[in-house]
Design a binder for this molecule. Structure first.
Ligand code: ATP
Ligand code: MG
Length: 154
């Protein structure tokens, strides 16, 4: 079923306003994908976006600065979610898609979680024949980039 990605992102951000306001988060949207409709499961895709924004917010000490971008690729849409939070080392980023993995040090003490969000994200993106990349620098911030093709099979 067709999913309008830009609209979906705006709806997810709106639905998170309370938790984002609690930390004084600033969310910048640059939803530049002109062809933004893809075939997929709207609920799963909104959960993916939710999890990445939730992490960006949780793993930023205060006043999180979160940027969400969409752009078209030759055969699909890229969604990029970045923060200027605590970041991770290269070694740590290798394990974050594993179930129950949480970075042992450097996590803020009050941050709760099960270490399940990103393994779910990874599964859903794979189901959509997409890919996900993480780019992070300790104490600088993190960027997740998801590429999702328009077609399920090609
Ligand atoms: P939950 O199951 O509630 O999502 P979680 O946030 O701990 O718990 P994941 O979303 O799977 O689990 O993330 C795994 C770990 O990766 C986190 O515990 C954190 O250490 C690290 N991490 C994820 N996103 C970021 C980010 N944006 N900045 C820094 N570290 C992150
Ligand atoms: Mg999480």
């Amino acid at each position: 079923q067709p999913v309008a990605v830009n609209e979906l992102i705006s709806l997810v951000v709106d639905s998170m306003s309370l938790q984002l306001q609690k930390k004084d988060a600033e969310v910048t949207l640059a939803l530049d994908a002109e062809k933004d409709v893809l075939i997929g499961d709207e609920l799963h895709l909104s959960n993916v976006i939710y999890n990445l924004i939730d992490n960006a917010n949780k793993y930023s000490p205060s006043n999180p600065k979160i940027t969400i971008k969409t752009r078209n690729h030759a055969n699909g849409i890229d969604i990029e979610i970045s923060d200027e939070g605590i970041g991770m080392t290269k070694e740590q980023t290798k394990r974050i898609f594993d179930q129950f993995y949480r970075v042992p040090t450097g996590n803020l003490h009050d941050v709760k979680g099960f270490g399940l969000g990103l393994s779910y994200v990874n599964d859903i993106v794979a189901q959509m024949n997409g890919s996900i990349k993480v780019n992070s620098e300790k104490d600088k911030g993190t960027t997740f980039t998801i590429h999702i093709p328009f077609k399920l099979n090609n």
